[in-house]
Ligand binder design. Sequence first.
Ligand SMILES: [Zn+2]
Length: 475
Amino acid sequence: MARITSRALSIAATAAAIGLLAPMTAGASTHRAFTPGAPGAGDPYFPDMGNGGYDAQHYSLSLKYDPGTKAIDATAKITARATQNLSRFDLDFLGPLKISKLTVDGRKASYTRTGAQELVITPDHGLSKGRDFTVDVAYSGVPQLINDPALGVSGWIATHDGAVALSQPFGSATWYPVNDTTHDKATYDFTVTVPNGLKVLANGDPAGTSTRGADTTFRWADRQPTASELVLLAIGHFDVRDTRTATGLRNITAVDPASVAAGNTTAADDFNAATANVIDWEQKIYGRYPFSSVGGISVLAPNVGYSLETQSRPVYARRSAGALPSATLLAHELGHQWFGDNLTPYVWQHIWLNEGFATFTEWLYNELHGGQTAQQQFDAAYNSASVDWTGKVADPGRDHIFDDLVYTRAAMTLHQLRKAIGDKAFFALIKAWPADHRYGNDTTAEFTKFAQRYTHKDLRPLFQAWLYTEGKPKL
Ligand SMILES: [Zn+2]
């Protein structure tokens, strides 16, 4: 034990006295003030999305689905940490679902639902900064589908034999209360009960099934931090394959047999093998795969005409003919596991960092598999009359986050970057960028700063022309 001098003892005693006195003197009111958490998370395109004052850590979602009524009967347990002294806080929850019970730390809390999607919760006591707390919400009803005029379908989508929840960009709040912002990632447990014969897929890995009477309960555990826009649930008749890729990655794919019969989806074995081939190739380009499993789901959903990526399990849904997914589409969606799912835009404005990389992955896949080179694909896009040169890639605007500019023009930007800094630096950069920001969030400014470290050339004119300026850049 260290010898304590009298001087050290005296300092310690003084510090203790100050520490004891402080709450009772001048600092007391600010120290003890409990204020409401913000009703938004600072996303300029979606001011209602997300909330302030806490950090969600884990969601434990349990629901029972009734195919007869299409309704769910659900509970959500949310574990969060207060980041300020909270008198009350919001979750995002929208649509017709009815709440029957809500507690905070096991005690009944009062709540109101206001605005577009705010569930405002007032616990019976203030929540101190740094403290963990749990919110339990019991609710039921038929979740709503969102059909945004600019951004299309998301939310809870009833299918011919079940349902699929597509969260991007704001569908999560249609089926569970959530801090619906890209920058509050959390882990998840899913416990979903369906009539025997139906199957359930969700993010992460299977964590067991059990059958009781006429119902089967499926459990899934997602142990890597996941943004709410990537949370997925699929219920239906699925032909599931649970295999390993050549590099040992768990690969769980599911196809709707009705989708195969309709010619919309490749057969279950082909789908699984194609996923394995693409993801093993991508690991060579982008480095270690960030999640515990990979896979994909093909769903026949009459309302959906596009594919959507989620953490570890992209969804491909289609209403028109033509077998999905093509190898190029797989390359795009699985590329999102690094760019979008592992590394997620801090706010939606920066979505080109998802879609540009995913589209560039298509070009690279084609180039390295006997197709057109990235340069040829760039040239075709640059000279195409159909490319819309209006809008800024780095700030497309709320209604344009899924427009072609954040896909094609963003991929063209990455191609120009590759040409400017050379292949050696470029391929080192695109491996380091997701690895250095594992499970984090990104912004355009962070990316351009990061890229600049890979060259002595001043990249500012390139980024200015391709990301921040409207119109067709000169070559
Ligand atoms: Zn995409």
